[in-house]
Design a protein around this ligand. Sequence first.
Ligand SMILES: Nc1ncnc2c1ncn2[C@@H]1O[C@H](COP(=O)(O)OP(=O)(O)OP(=O)(O)O)[C@@H](O)[C@H]1O
Length: 330
Amino acid sequence: METQIAQIEIEQIEIAQTEQTEQNKQIMVTQIISDDEAMDKIMPGNPQVKKVEKVKKMKSGLVPKDDRRTVGEATVENPRMRCENIDVYYNDGEKKAINNISLDIGCNEVIAMIGPSGCGKSTFLRSLNRMNDTIEGCRVDGKILLDGKNIYDKQVDVVPLRAQVGMVFQKPNPFPKSIYDNVAYGPRIHGLVQNKAQSDELVETSLKRAGLWEEVKDRLDQPGTGLSGGQQQRLCIARTIAVGPEVILMDEPCSALDPIATAIIEDLIDELRQEYSIAIVTHSMQQASRVSQRTAYFHLGDLIEIGPTEQIFLNPLHQLTQDYITGRFG
Ligand SMILES: Nc1ncnc2c1ncn2[C@@H]1O[C@H](COP(=O)(O)OP(=O)(O)OP(=O)(O)O)[C@@H](O)[C@H]1O
């Protein structure tokens, strides 16, 4: 973003140089402001400022519950997707489910979205590939850029968009077709394959990437619905991969699976990160900590905190995040 909009909690700003100036001391800034604003506020135009150290907790403790501005770095360098000031409304504007959320999704990262039931995780995820367009009375305001282009521009065709930003749902939902056709169908309608040989190759590659090839290569003509739950979910992942996505959205992809199938999908998510950006909604904090590099904590439609996964779980900055991860609510 041209201007630094990541909002951070700055408690203590220390001037590195030991100039004997009035300003050369620890200064408390107990409100959330941007870097640039903070600099300007404490030392307007002062060239002595060499270093600003951000200590992210107020002396009194965590950012209080009633402060709903986002804590942490929401932006990354070279994002794959950039969401700016997203509001989502249901029921023709009567209900606001997402409130002014900005965040980036980086290349080759898994970002986990966590938070109590009803906080808007799925709503936000669905806005990333315009799945909310299919819900009557739902409106998304703000900008979502994929490789710099706003996916909400009028001329954007949602069919190729949903191939570029694929989605894997909570419940595995293979088509009532053969394993082969489940994977081959998308590339065919998107015109990605011209003949059977190309289709065969893409089906094989996609099933291999989804870690399913060895288990199904001898029964490709059998129904996808005949596979186990975990295999069906990997089939759905293969189907998503087959149409060449850049981003894969996953909405609680393991919630219907047993622990072994879950572990296989989690390993797969880690492998897929080498090629794709992944945003995953999960109710499992263990899963978020296992699979993601960054975590975003949502609360009642607000993005409360975002940061490296380890920091969010070990050293949250916001009281609401801490309450959630320590099981006080949610
Ligand atoms: N189709 C809809 N019409 C109206 N309101 C909706 C619709 N879908 C979701 N909501 C409301 O929007 C808010 C956010 O819901 P959402 O499903 O995004 O939350 P969530 O965090 O994903 O919840 P969960 O973890 O339970 O799946 C909730 O208050 C929900 O009731």
